[in-house]
Design a protein around this ligand. Structure first.
Ligand code: DOR
Length: 444
């Protein structure tokens, strides 16, 4: 190979659609230019990946970065810094900010705030509401839009479309896959009395399995009636895994590291820090989510990074807000599950890179292929390290995994050819750009 590259990733073990094996990667500009033996090629920069595994860049399709409106918890800079510290190369950010991301103007404002300020690439979910239903077809295809997101049960913020008619009106407009927070608002309201003051372990008793299943059943029925494709975020119940396997033609599923890792007995230790919507539940649900991973029913991983400050989380339940950080810990927590044999490294890549690209039609990301963006998550599977609050770059500066030792660690993050993070150091200026989608490219 006489060719010269800008960057060569040398000596690593590549994990991609071909399998797992030793492989160098040549990068020109922002793009992958060659995959193979580059031991005799020259480059402006050679990154030594000896002993490391090179994965396609991890794409986290559910994060809350709180800007505009609640930047004391997080902003687009700090949230994306947390992302790249944890090996994540692109994020899809949620619309429950203030103002809500429900219009072309608020979406353009987020894109402007994010460009060359975020450390990773980005797209923004646009909130579907009763009010903007007539604009949805246009909104979901705007530059920087990941698609439409609907809250069927209320959570942080004021976005809510609880009724079947409202959901049907939105799904009759969407052409892209729309994402849903699926908990039945009417059941949640009926069950308010199950909240026990001062006891966060009552959170899954209030927001119970039946509330999640009822909403998901209603949603699938409406999706069939309207011919829409749906993505159900943070699946948390055994019953939904069992139900949704019969609806894979139209419904995709996200599972989160916290629902796969923790269970109801952790409320005693973590209290309101574990409080999340939908809730972390008894261990039998966690077991069934793992069955969903093993059987391919669950499509992708998303962190649902939802930071609140420790002062806010210290309020007594139920005044305490729901949500925890997660974008930075997704990779190490899941690599630890790989180490313990709960999923393979290739299945992890399927759920965190190839899966998001497949479901949402992301252009040029999600696999290692010539002509694709040079996005990589470089990991050391043999590194044992302890996750601590001090390591967390989120402005909220805490993690439910504080003190947890894991095997497997993200040591490098490459975004479109830029070495953004290496060994815990932020190296490059922020150059985040909107993710491109095949489905949203301008029509001819
Ligand atoms: O626990 C949650 N927190 N679930 C959500 O759906 C929203 C999130 C937040 O924004 O705080």
């Amino acid at each position: 190979m006489a060719q010269t590259y800008d960057t060569i990733l040398q000596g690593g073990t590549l994990v991609n659609q071909d399998g797992i094996g030793p492989c160098d990667i040549g990068i020109i500009g922002q793009t992958i230019a060659f995959i193979g033996d580059l031991s005799r090629a020259s480059a402006g920069r050679v990154i030594d990946c000896t002993g490391l595994h090179v994965l396609p860049g991890v794409i986290d399709t559910q994060v809350h970065f709180r800007e505009p409106g609640a930047t004391h918890k997080e902003d687009l800079e700090s949230g994306s810094r947390a992302a790249v510290m944890g090996g994540v190369t692109a994020v899809f950010e949620m619309p429950n900010t203030n103002p809500l991301t429900t219009s072309a103007e608020t979406l353009a404002d987020k894109c402007q705030r994010a460009s060359n300020r975020m450390h990773c690439d980005f797209a923004f979910w646009v909130g579907g509401t009763h009010e903007n239903v007539r604009d949805i077809r246009e909104l979901e295809r705007l530059p920087g839009a990941a698609g439409i997101k609907v809250f069927m049960g209320s959570s942080t913020g004021s976005l809510l479309v609880a009724d079947d008619a409202g959901v049907a009106a939105i799904l009759s407009q969407t052409r892209r896959r729309a994402a849903f927070h699926s908990e039945d608002e009417f059941i949640l309201r009926e069950r308010e009395s199950f909240k026990v003051a001062g006891d966060a372990s009552s959170h899954p008793v209030w927001r119970d399995e039946a509330a999640a299943l009822s909403s998901t059943r209603r949603l699938v029925k409406i999706a069939r009636q309207t011919g829409a494709r749906i993505h159900i975020l943070h699946i948390s119940t055994a019953a939904e895994i069992d139900f949704l396997k019969a609806h894979k033609d139209i419904a995709s599923l996200e599972v989160t590291p916290h629902h796969l890792t923790m269970a109801a007995d952790d409320y005693a230790r973590l209290g309101t820090r574990l409080q999340m919507n939908p809730p972390v539940r008894e261990a039998r649900h966690r077991d069934q989510l793992w069955y969903g991973v093993a059987q391919g029913i669950a499509d992708i991983l998303g962190s649902d990074h939802a930071p609140h400050t420790l002062e806010e989380k210290a309020k007594p339940y139920p005044q305490s807000p729901s949500g925890m950080t997660g974008v930075q810990t997704l990779v190490p927590i899941m690599l630890d599950h790989v180490y313990h044999g709960r999923l393979s490294l290739q299945r992890f890549v399927d759920m965190s890179s190839a899966g998001p690209a497949r479901l949402f039609g992301i252009a040029r990301k999600g696999r290692v292929a010539v002509g694709y963006d040079a996005d990589f998550t470089i990991v050391d599977l043999k590194r044992r390290q302890t996750i601590t609050d001090e390591w967390i770059a989120s402005r909220s500066q805490w993690t439910p995994y504080h003190g947890r030792a894991v095997m497997g660690w993200p040591c490098g993050t490459i975004v479109r050819g830029g070495q953004v993070m290496w060994e815990g150091q932020l190296l490059a200026p922020s150059t985040g750009q909107p993710v491109l989608f095949g489905e949203a490219l301008p029509q001819r």
